[in-house]
Design a protein around this ligand. Structure first.
Ligand code: GDR
Length: 338
């Protein structure tokens, strides 16, 4: 079979790197899209795919997307680019809409006009459920987004459906619940906590300031989610599928687990600042991925405890390396795997 080509927007993000690794390992020609303004895009790629092709285009710029899609003629397009930080979406609602909502419109127009046989994956979000009426949330749960981010994702989600129904494009949307890893951006709560645990364990800091500790999320492992993304473009027909672990934990529980892995008591270090509360909160999300299990055979591979352990361990090790601490000393900071 001829080598297949995949185009990934958002290549410099957590998911872009993991997906590039997965597709590269499966023999794809992988082309990452980065903005010209992203400094050193190549530096943010994981080892092993640091030499994949990078092209410059912007979800804000129709011509740049058309030119790349026309030139590359991808078999598969993964739209992972977005303004993904929910709090920033209240500060920059129009930019969020331009990138997260209209960005997909521009990308789908490029595909429709110039490469209509390409299969497109859209990263939809559990934030579209927002103030959810039932729990767990599945593909039938009504949407009620609670932020400009969730609203923008919902526009994109419905647009993907409409391009499927209007033009027969193969567009599949994964309704992705939170997914984390040692490569998660430092502004998201899980990584904020695990980085702080490492700094506190090394005596560099003593306090971590957080917002709402009672919010509950369904936290999965990012590499598992990229497996689902790829599988969603291999089915006979395109589907919208919830991708989630089915287990929900509070931010408080995440803190408890993360601090205890480093032998610390979270209550001695975590303080709450109401300034970090959101104008409207999504209190609780938990997904039911049984349709994905049935159609794709997809299942999460890490438990909550294993995920937190991997993240804490990675942050302790990378900080130790930065500080030049020998591995024996790091081992003493790391109790056995749960
Ligand atoms: P979320 O992720 O908004 O669910 O969106 P985030 O990690 O930012 O927040 C999760 C929950 O933690 C609470 N929280 C804090 N959050 C942050 N960032 N910082 C804090 O200090 C803090 N304290 C408490 C939040 O209030 C919230 O309830 C993520 C993003 O990746 C989206 O792009 C994606 O679509 C969804 O997950 C699925």
């Amino acid at each position: 079979m001829a080598q297949r080509t995949a185009l990934i927007t958002g290549i410099t993000g957590q998911d872009g790197g993991y997906l590039a690794q997965l597709l590269h390992a499966r023999g794809y020609r992988v082309i990452g899209v980065s903005r010209r303004t992203t400094a050193n895009a190549r530096d943010s790629l994981p080892a092993g795919v640091a030499d994949i092709e990078l092209v410059s285009a912007d979800l804000l710029d129709q011509a740049s997307l058309c030119s790349i899609v026309d030139q590359v003629q991808p078999d598969e397009v993964y739209n992972l680019a977005a303004q993904t930080f929910v709090p920033a979406s209240w500060k920059q609602p129009l930019l969020t809409a331009e990138v997260t909502a209209l960005g997909l419109a521009r990308l789908l127009e490029a595909v429709r006009l110039l490469c209509p046989a390409a299969r497109v994956f859209q990263a939809s979000s559990s934030e579209m459920f927002g103030l959810a009426t039932n729990s767990p949330q599945d593909e039938e749960t009504p949407f009620h987004p609670r932020s400009p981010y969730g609203t923008s994702k919902l526009y994109a989600h419905w647009l993907a459906t409409n391009y499927r129904e209007s033009y027969g494009l193969f567009v599949a949307s994964g309704i992705m619940f939170n997914h984390e890893s040692p490569r998660r951006g430092a502004e998201f709560v899980t990584r904020k906590i695990t980085r702080a645990v490492a700094r506190i364990a090394h005596g560099l800091e003593s306090t971590l300031v957080l917002g709402n500790l009672e919010a509950r999320r369904d936290w999965g492992y990012a590499p598992d989610f990229t497996v689902a993304m790829h599988a969603m473009l291999q089915t006979q027909e395109p589907h919208d599928l919830v991708i989630a672990t089915g287990a929900s934990h509070s931010v408080r529980e995440f803190c408890e687990t993360a601090f205890s892995i480093a032998g610390l008591d979270w209550r001695r270090h975590v303080t709450v600042d109401p300034a970090l509360f959101r104008p409207a909160e999504v209190e609780s999300l938990v997904g039911d991925a049984s349709k994905a299990a049935k159609l794709l055979g997809w299942r999460p591979t890490l438990t909550f405890e294993e995920l937190v352990h991997e993240m804490v361990q990675a942050d302790l090790q990378s900080l130790s390396a930065t500080l030049g601490i020998r591995s024996g000393q790091v081992a003493r900071l790391l109790p056995a795997q749960p």
